[in-house]
Ligand binder design. Structure first.
Ligand code: NAD
Length: 339
């Protein structure tokens, strides 16, 4: 079934408020969650609402945590997210890097003690909508093995880069650095669908839900994209997301104290925003980006450019709402979804 975007946002915000999330934070998180579905990213929108509710109930995401700046340079800062909802923390950091880029040409913020922030691209895309270049990285709990390894160590560590263009939509690349991400396995498991996943994981002949369990147990791992190149990229994102803020990394993101008791994930993010006008006129920059997109798009009738699928999905969702499977709807109803 399809649901109008505004109805879905109101529903999610109401459910989050019922879990103790203050109204402003609930609206902010709801906007990020639903934008994933609007962009057609079915793994990281409503599909993940259950994660956030469980973590709020477990006390490892704090609904109204204080978020503060712990270190400040003119264009750079470190933010402590206080284990608040990642979407709230990430939006605050994005506000800061955008302001800095508008005033000084560039802004960067390393974030500590945050939680899962949803789609990395929400924040870079916010920058592009304002004529700025946005970069968004995050680490995540262990799921991916290094090349030649089979123990989950790295997160699915996504990266997102968005640039304004005159092409009709921004250049917008937003993806995990794992060949398949946890969300894909969760969607397959929810639909009770099997698939041959042997190319993407270190264990053979397992169903999606078995693989998810085995990742938790440390006995199977996802493979990085593009062998050692993806491993290196994922590691760079891990470093951006931890080293600048002296934060948790790799197995430090497992979410358990030594005795097995649950603890906040202490996720780290890194945001950067660049003002093209520090380098050239904005319209020229947009034309330059658009020219690269045009030449690639024209190079083959099936060729897409990054951001195109999101732009098509966005137009469709604005016309006819976001799509929700029956299986997901049953799950949402159990959280108080009003259908
Ligand atoms: N917060 C977290 O911890 C976390 C972890 C992993 C993934 N994620 C999110 O999950 C989402 C999905 O990740 P994914 O790895 O499954 O993404 P994906 O493999 O679906 O790739 C999506 C990106 O690729 C582009 N794209 C797709 N097909 C293309 C083509 N033929 N030509 C050019 N570009 C093309 C899209 O425009 C988009 O930018 C992302 O939004 C990511 O940020 C979040």
């Amino acid at each position: 079934m399809r649901i109008p975007i505004q109805d879905a946002k109101k529903n999610v915000a109401r459910i989050l408020r019922a879990e103790g999330v203050p109204s402003e934070n609930a609206s902010m998180a709801s906007d990020v969650i639903i934008q994933a579905d609007v962009f057609g990213v079915k793994t990281h929108g409503l599909s993940r609402l259950g994660y956030y509710i469980k973590r709020l109930r477990d006390g490892i995401i704090l609904p109204d945590a204080k978020i503060w700046i712990t270190r400040k340079f003119p264009t750079c800062c470190v933010m402590d997210g206080g284990n608040c909802l990642g979407q709230v923390v990430a939006n605050r950091a994005t506000d800061i890097v955008m302001e800095s880029a508008k005033e000084y040409g560039i802004g960067a913020c390393a974030v500590r003690n945050s939680s899962h922030y949803g789609i990395a691209g929400y924040y870079s895309w916010r920058c592009a909508k304002q004529g700025l270049v946005g970069i968004s990285f995050t680490n995540a709990r262990p799921a991916v093995a290094p090349t030649f390894g089979n123990v989950p160590k790295l997160g699915t560590n996504p990266f997102a880069i968005s640039m304004p263009s005159d092409f009709g939509f921004p250049f917008h690349i937003d993806c995990a650095t794992s060949s398949i991400q946890r969300g894909n396995l969760e969607v397959l498991a929810r639909m009770q669908q099997d698939a041959d996943l042997s190319a993407y994981v270190t264990c053979a002949g397992k169903t999606p839900s078995q693989i998810l369990d085995m990742i938790e147990a440390g006995t199977c791992a996802l493979k990085p994209i593009g062998e050692h190149k993806g491993y290196g990229l994922s590691m760079a994102i891990e470093l951006f997301s931890s080293a600048f803020q002296n934060g948790a990394f790799l197995s430090g993101l497992e979410g358990y104290y030594e005795g097995g008791e649950k603890k906040p994930y202490d996720v780290g993010h890194f945001f950067m925003c660049i003002n093209p006008e520090a380098f050239t006129e904005l319209e020229e920059f947009k034309r330059n980006v658009g020219n690269v997109m045009r030449e690639l798009k024209a190079s083959g009738h099936q060729v897409l450019v990054p951001g195109e699928l999101e732009s098509i999905a966005d137009a469709e969702a604005n016309q006819s709402g976001i799509e929700i499977s029956d299986e997901l709807l049953w799950e949402l109803v159990s959280f108080g979804w009003d259908d």
